[in-house]
Design a protein around this ligand. Structure first.
Ligand code: KG4
Ligand code: ZN
Length: 343
C-alpha cells in the first residue's frame, strides 16, 4: 500500500508554501514569495506578508496539486506551521489548513516550524539520523538543537541572544548598499574578496556556551564602513563581504561541531535560509570531516521556508501514528521548539 499523502502549509514569514509528500518522496513544493514587496522597507513587514499569504494561498495550493498530479480528495492528512513566526501570517496558513482538513475530513497537525526545517532533510537524504544535532540559521532564528526524535524530542542547546544570522546578513547588506534579502548578494560579492582582509569580531566564540551573538559583528561592520566613508576612502565591498561572511561561518560551524562533541552525536544537519550560504556549506563540510562527523545539508531550495518541509514533518508524524492536533488549534507566534506538535 502506498504511504499516506500529506499536505504541508507554511506561512510563518514571507513565503506562502504548499508541499505534497508521500512517505519521504517529494511530489510538489509550490512557493509564492512576497519578498519583493518588502524589499523597499529593508525587512519583512508583517501586515504586507499576511495580505500576500491571503492572496497566494489558494493559487499556491492549486499549483501544488497540479504539479503532483493529485486531486484534493486524495490527501490523507494536513500539516501546517502553527509557530513560531509572525502572528498574522501564521493565522492565514492555520485557517487554510483547518478549512482543508475539515472539508476533506482528514487529520490536522499543527507543527513547529523549526522541527520542520530539520525534517525536510529526509526528502533529500532519506530517514533522519537519530540522534542528530541541528543548526538552524535563517532571518528569524539561529539555534542549535539536539534532535533525539524529530516527531517529539527536540532539545534546545543554544540560540542567538540578539540578531539572527540572516538578520545580520540583511543589515550588513543594507550598509553595503545591496538589496534585501542580503544573503545572496553578500554571498556573491564575497567570492571576489579576501576573507582574512578584516578581522571582524566573533561574538561569544570562547564563552563556553552554545549561544550566538551577531549584533556586535553587525555594528562592527557598520562602524568600519562608516570610518572609510568619513575618511573619503573607497569601501572594498568584496573584502568586507568576505570578511563578514567568514566571521559568521566561523562561529556557526565551530559551535555546531562543539555541540555534536559535547553530546556525543555523530550527525549534523544544517537548515534555514542561511544554510544556502556557500561559505557556511564549505566550512561546515571541512570541519565536520576533520571532526569525524557526518554532515547533511538539504539543497538551497529546501533550506529556505517552504511547504515541503511541513509536509515532510507531517509525513513523519503520520507514519509514527502520532495523534493529530485539535481542529481548534491556535497559531502561536512564540511556540517553543520543544513543542513539535500542538496539542
Ligand atoms: O529560512 P528563510 O527563508 O526565512 C526565515 O525564516 O527567515 O531565511 C531567509 C534568510 C534571509 O535573512 C536571507 O538573507 C538569508 O536567509 N539567506 C542567506 C543566503 N540566502 C538566503 N544568507 C546567507 N547566504 C545566502 N546565500
Ligand atoms: Zn524558517
Amino acid at each position: 500500500m502506498a504511504a499516506p499523502l500529506v499536505l504541508g502549509i507554511e506561512t510563518s514569514c514571507d513565503e506562502t508554501g504548499v508541499g505534497l509528500v508521500r512517505g519521504h518522496e517529494l511530489l510538489a513544493d509550490a512557493v509564492a514569495s512576497s519578498v519583493d514587496e518588502h524589499a523597499r522597507f529593508g525587512g519583512v513587514v508583517p501586515e504586507v506578508a499576511s495580505r500576500a499569504h491571503l492572496e497566494a494561498m489558494i493559487p499556491t495550493f492549486d499549483r501544488a496539486l497540479a504539479t503532483a498530479g493529485v486531486r484534493a480528495g486524495q490527501i490523507d492528512a494536513v500539516a501546517v506551521t502553527a509557530g513560531p513566526g509572525l502572528a498574522g501570517a501564521l493565522l492565514v496558513g492555520v485557517a487554510a489548513a483547518k478549512a482543508y482538513a475539515f472539508a476533506l475530513g482528514k487529520p490536522l497537525y499543527g507543527v513547529n516550524h523549526l522541527a520542520a526545517h530539520v525534517a525536510v532533510d529526509a526528502l533529500e537524504h532519506g530517514p533522519l539520523p537519530a540522534p542528530a544535532v541541528a543548526l538552524l540559521v535563517s532571518g528569524g532564528h539561529s539555534s542549535l538543537l539536539l534532535v533525539e526524535d524529530v516527531t517529539g524530542q527536540v532539545i534546545p542547546l543554544g540560540a542567538t541572544i540578539d540578531d539572527a544570522a540572516g538578520e545580520a546578513y540583511d543589515k550588513v547588506a543594507r550598509v553595503l548598499g545591496m538589496p534585501f534579502p542580503g544573503g545572496p548578494p553578500i554571498d556573491r560579492a564575497a567570492r571576489d574578496g579576501d576573507p582574512a582582509a578584516i578581522g571582524f569580531p566573533r561574538g561569544k566564540l570562547h564563552d563556553g556556551t552554545l549561544d550566538f551573538s551577531f549584533a556586535g559583528l553587525k555594528t562592527a561592520v557598520a562602524r568600519w564602513v562608516e570610518a572609510r566613508q568619513a575618511a573619503g576612502e573607497p569601501v572594498p565591498v568584496a573584502d568586507v563581504a568576505a570578511s563578514f561572511q567568514e566571521a559568521v561561518a566561523d562561529v556557526l560551524t565551530r559551535k555546531a561541531v562543539q555541540a555534536c562533541q559535547r553530546h556525543d552525536v555523530a550527525d549534523l544537519i544544517i537548515g534555514g535560509g542561511v544554510a544556502a550560504n556557500s561559505r557556511l556549506r564549505s566550512l561546515a563540510a571541512q570541519r565536520c570531516a576533520d571532526a569525524g562527523l557526518r554532515l547533511r545539508v538539504p539543497r538551497p531550495g529546501l533550506c529556505t521556508d517552504n511547504g515541503a518541509m511541513v509536509a515532510a514533518l507531517g509525513s513523519e508524524l503520520v507514519s509514527r501514528g502520532v495523534p493529530a492536533s485539535p481542529l481548534e488549534l491556535p497559531a502561536d507566534s512564540s511556540l517553543p521548539v520543544t513543542e513539535v506538535v500542538v496539542r
